[in-house]
Design a protein around this ligand. Structure first.
Ligand code: GLC
Length: 639
């Protein structure tokens, strides 16, 4: 079988000779990858797909604005732009942060002051009316939610951000569209072309077969994976809510639509696409319909297409899957470096909370050991909290190696973070209790989960102090791990749970809104003059961590963080072997002082080291090291 190829580019497609040359060179470089991946998904005979794809690529290339083409060149010269220690992300809902897109534009000083280089604005493309899963039910990918602004406002904001070296990150919801999206409307109107964009079954035969092996994402408010739709005259695949219709990626037209959408948004200045719920894209009978090989092939094809037109763009995979599967999203085997540039490190987030509750890091270390190294050109998205609930993704094998029962530990964590466990410091809410599996996921802000809410209720200074230290410890780990730390809006001010979500009819049933509060600009304005309040301490501590991080080349994401055997279960030790020297990070996950034997540190670092967080020298030839409760050390070798 001859290698697939594109038809020749017509001179009219790219009249400018220099443009045509650049385009052709990139097509030469990435075209084979693109077409081979498509052939692996859609079969050897691609029909007119290459010709249609070429039209979409050339048109978007022609329309790419000059300033973004300049960014493309700059990125080609600095392919590790997402990996440096200066890269820090901030995640916010535009309306909850600043009202509108123009409002966000007025807060750039604030973001720049924090050292933000990456701004993920939560879903802002036009969703369906009413319930819309926090915007993850998109009705129009080419329009902005009207109360936030217009597409021009978005492009304007992106320009403003770019001017300050901040990359705009948007969600690309590609597993499903809103039931009100034009494609779904036309499918319901009976147009065959659009019915083929979805999975619609006339009766329950296929849905029942699939359900045998499918898990449920929202067992509480959206049980099952199929919804009967009167208009469509059948059962529609709806993994999430009934109003979110899963797309049929087995149809190359869907692929082509998304290439065009990605490039349309990239030409408005979006620099990173968060590939929402990417694991679910491909359905295969007899499986859980997640992480199928076609998902990676399709990502690879989308990535290659983006590289031809907009090399400045990067992809981030939102795959909340087991560690074994997760590496696939950064590229395993032949896919290495060719799929997403970044993926959420869900396991790290879960382990942070797990160790905080148990005051024991042995499971944390086991979980990290279970990871193989990621491709060196990729990076993790590391986070303490995000807009979603926390699911206790703890592998039974990892738990067993740490001497725990996975099921019992998950049960404990749900009890602990819902505040039910005796002595728990946390104030969280149970999200999606699944009686069949026993799963209870948890909602709540970082500050409420770390104990600040409960401590403030009783006004206990010691407990408040512990909560502040916990929050700083968690942030020290994500800032030190080597990846893009994603600060979740409000965590820099230790914002507590927002129970008012229950009064908003569209939010009341979904308690994830408890941790999606509105920005408190009053507090943000005065926090630096209140250094002794909890918010003031968290804010100052976080800013300090961010400053230190920026100056530490050891934190480049191409280097892995590996756990060292820890002489004390309460303390996590992470080692990074950077060409500039070894770095060892020490994290005490308990409120107690720990006297740590120094031999492990001495073996890695030598007789003396500097703690980058305080600038002080540590003499490791002494037999022990005293570590106060919740203390973090970032030790680098001297010389
Ligand atoms: C992702 C989002 C989540 C949403 C789901 C469906 O997991 O983070 O908020 O409910 O996708 O789009």
């Amino acid at each position: 079988m001859p290698a697939p190829s594109f038809p020749p580019l017509s001179p009219a497609a790219l009249p400018d000779e220099r443009d045509a040359q650049t385009f052709e060179l990139r097509l030469e470089r990435y075209g084979p990858d693109l077409l081979e991946s498509l052939r692996a998904v859609y079969g050897n005979d691609l029909g007119d797909l290459p010709a249609r794809l070429l039209e979409v690529l050339a048109r978007n290339f022609r329309e790419r604005p000059a300033d973004l083409r300049r960014l493309d060149e700059a990125r080609l010269l600095r392919p590790d732009w997402l990996q440096g220690p200066e890269m820090v992300g901030y995640v916010a809902y535009a309306d909850r942060f600043a009202g509108t897109l123009a409002g966000v534009g007025e807060r750039l000083d604030y973001l720049e002051g924090l050292g933000i280089r990456y701004l993920h604005l939560m879903p802002l493309l036009r969703p369906r009316e009413g319930e819309n899963d926090g915007g993850y039910a998109v009705a129009d990918y080419r329009a902005v939610r009207p109360d936030l602004g217009t597409m021009d406002d978005l492009a304007e904001l992106a320009r403003g951000l770019r001017g300050r070296g901040i990359s705009l990150v948007l969600d690309l919801v590609l597993n499903h569209v809103a039931r009100e999206h034009e494609w779904a409307e036309r499918a319901r109107a009976g147009e065959e072309k659009y019915r083929a964009y979805f999975h619609i079954s006339p009766d329950r035969t296929l849905p029942d077969l699939y359900e045998r092996t499918l898990p449920e994402v929202f067992p509480d408010f959206a049980p099952g994976n199929f919804s009967y739709d009167e208009g469509a005259g059948g059962w529609v695949w709806t993994t999430f809510n009934a109003y979110q219709w899963d797309l049929n990626w087995g149809n190359p037209d869907v692929f082509l639509e998304f290439v065009d959408l990605i490039l349309f948004l990239a030409n408005r200045g979006v620099e990173v696409f968060r590939l929402d719920a990417i694991a679910f894209l491909w359905k295969r009978l007899g499986t859980d319909c997640q992480n199928q090989p076609e998902v990676h092939l399709l990502t690879r094809a989308l990535r290659a297409a983006a590289r031809v037109v907009a090399p400045a763009v990067a992809f981030k995979a939102e795959a909340i899957v087991s560690p074994r599967e997760l590496l696939g999203y950064l590229g395993r085997g032949a896919h290495a470096g060719r799929v997403s540039d970044m993926a959420y490190h869900n396991s790290l987030m879960v382990q942070l909370w797990s160790s905080l509750a148990s005051r024991d890091t042995r499971l944390f270390a086991e979980a990290l050991w279970a990871f193989s190294p990621k491709p060196t050109s990729t990076t993790w998205g590391v986070y303490v909290r995000c807009h979603d609930d926390i699911g206790w993704a703890i592998a039974d094998e990892d738990a067993a190696r740490a001497g725990l029962s996975g099921a019992a530990h998950r049960h404990f964590l749900s009890d602990f973070y819902s505040g039910e466990f005796p002595g728990s410091f946390a104030r969280g809410l149970v999200f999606q209790h699944n009686p069949q599996t026993g799963d209870r996921r948890i909602s709540g802000t970082a500050a409420s989960l770390a104990g600040l809410e409960a401590a403030l209720e009783v006004g206990d200074a010691g407990r408040i102090d512990d909560a502040v230290r916990r929050l700083l410890l968690l942030h020290a780990v994500i800032l030190g791990f080597g990846g893009v730390p994603l600060l979740y809006m409000g965590d820099e001010l230790a914002l507590l749970n927002d129970y008012e979500f229950a009064d908003v009819p569209e939010h009341a049933a979904d308690n994830r809104w408890v941790h999606r509060p509105r920005m408190d600009w009053d507090l943000a304005g005065r926090v630096s003059s209140e250094p002794h309040t909890p918010a003031g301490r968290v804010n100052a501590g976080l800013r300090h961590l961010l400053r230190v991080r920026r100056g530490l080349p050891h934190l480049h994401a191409s280097v892995e963080s590996w756990p060292l055997p820890s002489p004390d279960g309460r303390v996590l030790l992470l080692r990074r072997d950077h060409p500039l020297g070894v770095m060892v990070q020490v994290y005490n996950f308990s409120e107690q002082e720990v006297v740590l034997p120094a031999y492990e540190l001495r073996g890695a670092l030598g007789a003396e080291a500097v703690d980058a967080l305080t600038g002080s020298r540590l003499h490791l030839e002494r037999p022990t090291l005293r570590l106060e409760g919740y203390r973090a050390l970032w030790l680098t070798q001297i010389g």
